[in-house]
Design a protein around this ligand. Sequence first.
Ligand code: HEC
Ligand code: HEC
Ligand code: HEC
Ligand code: HEC
Ligand code: HEC
Length: 417
Amino acid sequence: MKILLYISSIIIIIFSGLYLYQENIAPEWRSHQLTYIDMLEEKSDPETIQASYSFPVKLRQIYLPEMNRVDRCVSCHVTMEDPRFEKEENPLMAHPGEYLEKHDPEKYGCTICHDGQGRAVNWKDAAADEPDVYWTTPILRKPFLEANCYHCHVDLLKETPYYSLGKQYFETGGCLGCHKRDGKGGYLGPELRGLGDASSYIKFPVKDFNQNTFTQLNYNRNLAYIFESVRFPGAQPEETLMFDFKFSDEDARAITVYIKSLTAYPDGTQRLSQKPVSALPFIKKGQETFHLYCTACHGKKGKGGVKNPNYAKDYIPKLNTLSEIMFLYKVEDRNAVISTLETFGDLLDADPKPDFRGFFKAIAKYMSVKSIILNGHIVEKKDSDGPTPINMPTWEKSLSDDEVFSVIAYLISLYDQ
Ligand code: HEC
Ligand code: HEC
Ligand code: HEC
Ligand code: HEC
Ligand code: HEC
């Protein structure tokens, strides 16, 4: 019995010793720093050799109290800012691009762009991306890394093509017809700010992604969940109001980058001020409003064609015939109504009233259209016992008067398009 105790104690001591050795005497970062010194010596000019003697081997970190971060990535990635290491392998490769020139590592660290576990001293924990372990901030690689740029930047950057494409799909595809972003938009689907924070939104994909797709999503469950929601809306739940937009994998990835950027803003980040943009012309503003909130249900350019299950009329109505419904067949009449909407807002407030014969007939239709936009409309079911179709949402709370008037003007302008 005693012997057994001795043996097990010795085994424990050996293992503890190995662990201590691994963590303290031969940690991973130490070997990378030693390799770095060897490499410096190989680059044989006297100055470099001198530098190699004065390079202390030690744990290195960037301490960022305002951001509440300690980034030890530079314990291994010691050559980030040394262009001579451009062609070497990670972790001893110089950082690609001009990112560190534009963002001083002493001030920004690494995880603000890359995520990962800043405090970790081995690469496995720093990357935090093992598929079977739940990590809150797995490392982000290209292109998903682009999402983090917009925790600070507001204007589009040419370095972020996926984000730009994703944002464009999002803002012209009518996603906000059902979703809110920062509190503004429809209400049939959930608010999307915060979905990129895996820590507060623990949602997992149910779909069994093939290895290829999962690799392309960095083994990151949060990214995979967002990707799944966009690419396979029926994955969870099976009965969903969300339309299948038939995005390709590539487009869904771009939208995933965009939605991933919608997180709570990390500590210590500031939004950079936006370049002033000139106000859009009235009709363009209406078009923008339509793209943001209406196009998913009413179709591109209001052409309709979107199925509504168990709706008496089968398809959500097209809206590009509004000028005909308002009897505005003549271009002068349409222009008069559009400029009244722009100048006075509500047609009833026009003073003087536009001077054409059909104006009062147009006003009657205008009133009912405006009322449907502001108050919504419950649709008629085809089969009264069947599922609830999509109703026209109310927009009174989420659209400004100006947005409502401009979107009506835009719909009138679609007459011959
Ligand atoms: C301003 C954002 C930003 C910061 C800060 C930043 N990076 Fe990067 N990093 C990027 C981008 C973007 C790329 C991809 C560039 C490319 O390949 O074109 C990248 C690429 C890399 C790569 C190469 C990846 C590969 O595919 O080979 C490494 C390694 C890396 N970064 C490490 C770091 C470390 C370590 C730090 C901290 C010292 C850091 N980065 C700080 C934005 C950043
Ligand atoms: C203990 C050493 C170590 C630490 C600490 C470390 N890395 Fe690395 N890193 C490596 C090694 C080794 C590689 C090359 C891995 C490979 O090729 O599989 C690497 C590769 C990378 C890459 C290239 C992408 C990839 O998957 O190959 C990026 C980006 C990166 N590291 C960023 C970071 C960031 C950000 C941190 C801090 C959160 C960090 N690293 C901390 C050792 C480290
Ligand atoms: C923590 C905040 C922050 C993050 C994250 C960040 N940046 Fe920056 N970036 C800045 C600040 C601050 C400046 C300096 C702004 C200035 O000079 O007007 C800057 C400058 C730049 C510039 C130079 C702009 C110019 O006009 O010269 C580029 C390009 C850039 N960032 C790209 C990126 C990219 C790409 C990413 C993501 C990979 C990124 N940034 C992430 C804060 C950030
Ligand atoms: C017709 C309404 C509708 C439209 C339009 C719509 N969605 Fe959805 N979406 C939903 C609903 C409802 C859910 C919640 C899933 C459920 O319970 O059915 C959802 C869920 C999601 C989720 C997962 C959110 C979470 O918190 O789990 C994402 C991401 C998403 N939608 C993205 C989009 C994008 C991107 C677009 C535009 C291309 C879009 N949606 C357009 C109704 C819509
Ligand atoms: C979630 C889907 C959805 C969204 C988003 C949506 N609508 Fe509708 N809309 C409908 C449905 C369904 C009807 C049919 C109502 C009925 O038949 O009772 C409708 C009807 C209308 C009508 C009346 C058309 C007619 O011929 O009776 C107008 C006008 C209208 N919507 C404008 C808008 C505008 C403007 C927006 C954007 C601000 C918008 N809708 C966003 C679903 C939607």
